[in-house]
Design a protein around this ligand. Structure first.
Ligand code: GDP
Ligand code: MG
Length: 483
């Protein structure tokens, strides 16, 4: 920036637009005539409005005296009064100095934010009036005969937009009849974990997915990757994703009940719900991988004990999410109080992971909002759904209250060539035909047909996880499955 010097420099902008800061950055303190500073000199402080008349009289004297000596003079007031502006310009002209006006074009929201964080904020209604007036003034200046009209955009950090946490979950059921959520189990994020997570979440939102789930394991599982591949703590990662302002429902698939005491999981899910305006869900299961428990010093009880724990945990979490703070004592769960704030902003969908017919599906029928099956084989699926329905009848639960969801692990390609290229790259030592059949390898169109068949079997949500998902472009390539 190169402004004429010496010159008259008149600042224009609402409170908090950064006039004094800009002046201090470009001029010596003695060159700046500030109405606030002068109020502080002749009154009790910069905000002493009773001192305004005296302060402005002084300001006029200072401007007149300095311009008369052909000294650079910066006028730091709101700058909204056209008669005053033209008076100063006339003084400059009389002294043979150029007249510069500097408009601080800081966004309204940023002015409000800065004003609110001041010790003595201008009342909100006053600031609103100033912001309106500053837009009018911007149009008046061009006709006033200034030598330079400089418009200054907000400097420094760009204003941080509010995260739209209150965005409601949208119902994004595809025309195939199922809602498709992206399940992320591998994290090839290189050196930029946060960038990668953000890009995946934004791509999932853009591609029309109804939600995003993260796998919950302490060590990357052999089915997905290598033990030294990164596998983040999912509630921390979901908190970061929650800050990206999407409409995605967010949760884990599935949290082993053995990892965290149920109250801590309830707390995490309730917090995520509060942060997202009610878009949190919780997949929970009995856990299965002994190694990660041993490695992290966690007990790994027998399967029947873990299933008992699953049942106990869901009851305890539901008690903690329920209104009120009363004690809870029922079915072997005893909590002396249920004080858990923040409460979830909307009911947290509980998906019970696993297809165990004797107990897991019974727990889903009795306590879950959904079961989550890891098969998308039609014959197996039909049978599991029958078992679930029978448990519902046994425990007196309306089967329409227990959704059938599946974890779907397909290979998806752009066309036939791309499908086979992927199968070849992924199959390892498994025969190509076997691997292709197991992963339903096919194009988006073929998977749409398959999803429609799943819907016909009663499946309402598909958690889609492709084995070669590396970045956001792979997510966007799946968009055809969500419409
Ligand atoms: P005035 O009321 O227009 O004189 O505004 P000030 O210059 O007093 O600035 C108001 C607040 O905004 C102060 O806390 C400044 O530190 C801050 N501020 C001013 N200009 C900038 C800027 O360019 N960037 C940032 N990040 N903050 C600024
Ligand atoms: Mg100021």
């Amino acid at each position: 920036m190169s402004l004429p010097d010496p010159a008259l420099v008149v600042l224009v902008g609402a409170s908090g637009s950064g006039k004094s800061t800009w002046a201090a950055a470009h001029y010596r303190a003695e060159e700046v005539a500030s109405s606030d500073t002068l109020r502080g000199i002749v009154g009790s402080g910069p905000h002493d409005l009773d001192a305004s008349t005296d302060a402005f009289a002084l300001l006029e004297s200072i401007v007149t005296a300095r311009l008369g000596r052909r000294l650079t003079t910066v006028v730091d007031t709101l700058g909204f009064d056209p008669a005053r502006r033209l008076g100063w310009l006339a003084l400059a002209r009389a002294a043979g100095l150029p007249g510069v006006v500097v408009v601080l074009e800081t966004p309204d929201a940023e002015c409000r934010r800065r004003n609110a964080s001041r010790d003595r904020p201008v009342p909100a209604s006053v600031l609103a009036g100033q912001l309106r007036r500053s837009r009018e003034v911007a149009g008046e200046l061009d006709g006033e005969g200034w030598d330079v009209v400089l418009r200054v955009a907000a400097e420094g950090a760009p204003p941080v937009p509010a995260v739209e946490t209150a965005r409601a979950a949208e119902h994004r059921t595809a025309s195939t009849g199922v809602e498709v959520l992206l399940h992320v189990s591998r994290f090839p994020w290189g050196e930029e974990p946060m960038t990668w997570l953000r890009d995946i979440a934004l791509a999932a939102d853009e591609a029309g997915f109804a939600g995003l789930s993260l796998m919950d394991h302490l060590i990357q599982i052999p089915q997905v990757g290598r033990v030294w591949d990164p596998i983040p703590e999912p509630w921390v990662a979901l908190g970061a994703i929650a800050a990206q302002g999407t409409s995605l429902r967010l949760g884990t698939l599935c949290t082993p009940v053995t990892f965290r005491p149920p109250g801590i999981t309830a707390k995490a899910a309730a917090t995520l719900s509060a942060l997202t305006g009610g878009r949190a869900f919780l997949g929970i299961g009995a856990g299965w991988w002994e190694r990660e428990h041993a490695a992290f010093g966690l007990p790994f009880p027998s399967a029947p004990e873990r299933l008992d724990e699953l049942e106990y945990s869901i009851r305890a979490m539901r008690a903690l999410w329920a209104p009120g703070t009363k004690a809870y004592a029922s079915d072997g769960v005893f909590l002396p109080e249920t004080t858990c704030y923040p409460r979830p902003s909307a009911p947290v969908q509980v998906l019970v992971g696993g297809g165990g017919e004797l107990r897991t599906l019974r727990i889903a029928a009795e306590l879950g909002d959904a079961c989550n099956l890891t098969t998308s084989d039609p014959a197996v699926l039909r049978h599991k759904v029958e078992v679930l329905r029978r448990h519902c009848a046994d425990v007196g639960r309306d089967p329409s209250e227990v959704a059938v969801t599946v974890l779907d692990l397909p290979v998806v390609g752009r066309d036939r060539d791309d499908v086979w290229r992927r199968v070849e790259a992924l199959r390892g030592r498994t025969a190509a035909a076997t691997f292709a059949a197991r992963t339903h390898a096919g194009t988006v169109a073929e998977h749409r047909d398959r999803h429609a068949r799943l819907a016909a079997l009663g499946v309402s949500q598909v958690f889609l996880s492709t084995p070669d998902l590396a970045g956001p472009e792979d997510v966007l390539a799946l968009a055809g499955l969500t419409t």
